[in-house]
Design a protein around this ligand. Structure first.
Ligand code: PHE
Length: 343
């Protein structure tokens, strides 16, 4: 027993002299390690006379507990001392300002999309979400592009390994899907907007990207006329750009609308006088549109002698660029916080 007391005294004395992490580890391995003093004392138990064994075992375990808690205390002491040294040595400057938290914000395209969608929702349009990965058939053929129609050249396409499956080049194939899904075999009217990402295999330049959003619109009903398209879209543009916005419809061509029109607003940067942004025309093109082609109505399950409709498609990135005078479309997907943080 006095031997154990002796060991304890020695060990605790030695521990007081320990001043570094290395010395602390060496002390631990010497006394508490798997080949250490305590383990050694425990293994001697077999040679202790039977009547003294129990007491001996208890004493060794008490020794082990005492050394363990002394070790923990010394370790904490040394850590505290190290921290103190660091503080006094200037390694930590507790007077330094904290790092400011960056607040997240919505991408400018998302902001414009939400603004656009809120206006259409207000005007009684439902949202129909179509798919990004489309059938070539939906993207072109059902929209009245025959297989070798030159209009297919207007849109350079990303094909998948299966050439009948592509990334949609515009949101218009959603028109066909919406007619099938909501039209109930050509018996129900439709009034939807279809937002989504589109993809074109194009050279990336300041004005064209390989991906961009579109917001498509589709109305199908009885007696839907061109005047409905013009009135509805004019109303939308006034809500988006302001009550005094002048709107102009220009004859154009799309295979899936007939007649087709390009829609311009008077340049809100120069008020129509002509400037760099509107290329001195006084007008900015914001959407394509037209009356749904009879073939497209038929492909959607409607009888074109009874039903008619209009459709439009616009690009939120282009509208955002015009609104904020953004010169380069590549900023949109460049993930540069210096750009994104401005909105
Ligand atoms: N899909 C056409 C485009 O991508 C836009 C459009 C949509 C035109 C609907 C008419 C009707 O350019």
């Amino acid at each position: 027993m006095s031997e154990l007391k002796q060991v304890e005294r020695e060990a605790l004395d030695a521990l007081q002299g320990v001043a570094t992490a290395e010395a602390l580890a060496a002390w631990k391995s010497k006394y508490l390690g798997s080949k250490g003093v305590v383990r050694d004392l425990l293994s001697k138990i077999a040679s202790i006379p039977a009547e003294a064994r129990k007491a001996y075992g208890q004493e060794v375990n008490a020794l082990k507990d005492a050394l363990t808690s002394a070790f923990d205390a010394r370790e904490a002491q040394l850590a505290q001392a190290a921290l103190q040294r660091d503080l006094e040595g200037g390694a930590l400057d507790v007077t330094l300002d904290g790092r400011p938290r960056q607040s997240g914000r919505l991408h400018p395209s998302t902001q414009t999309l939400r603004q656009i969608m809120a206006i259409w929702a207000d005007m009684g349009f439902q949202v129909y979400k179509s798919r990004d990965v489309e059938l070539d058939d939906m993207n072109f053929t059902q929209l009245n592009f025959p297989p070798d129609h030159p209009a297919r050249d207007m849109q350079d396409t990303f094909y998948t390994v299966d050439p009948s499956v592509i990334l949609r080049t515009h949101t218009s194939p959603g028109q066909i899907r919406a007619m099938h899904e909501l039209g109930e075999n050509g018996t129900q009217p439709i009034r939807v907007v279809l937002p989504g990402m589109c993809y074109r295999f194009e050279q990336i330049t300041t004005r064209s990207e390989v991906q961009f959003h579109q917001v498509e619109g589709l109305v199908v009903g009885r007696n839907v006329r061109m005047s409905d398209l013009k009135g509805t879209f004019t109303q939308f543009l006034k809500r988006l750009f302001g009550e005094n916005t002048a709107v102009r419809f220009r004859a154009s061509y799309f295979p899936f609308t007939e007649p087709s029109m390009e829609i311009d607003v008077e340049c809100f940067l120069c008020g129509g006088a002509g400037c760099r942004v509107c290329k001195y025309t006084g007008w900015l093109e914001v959407a394509g549109s037209g009356m749904v082609h009879p073939n497209v109505l038929r492909n959607g399950g409607y009888d074109p002698s009874v039903w008619s409709g209009f459709a439009f498609g616009m690009g939120p990135e282009r509208i955002t660029m015009l609104k904020h005078d953004i010169q380069d479309i590549r900023y949109f997907w460049g993930n540069d916080l210096r750009f994104l943080g401005q909105f």
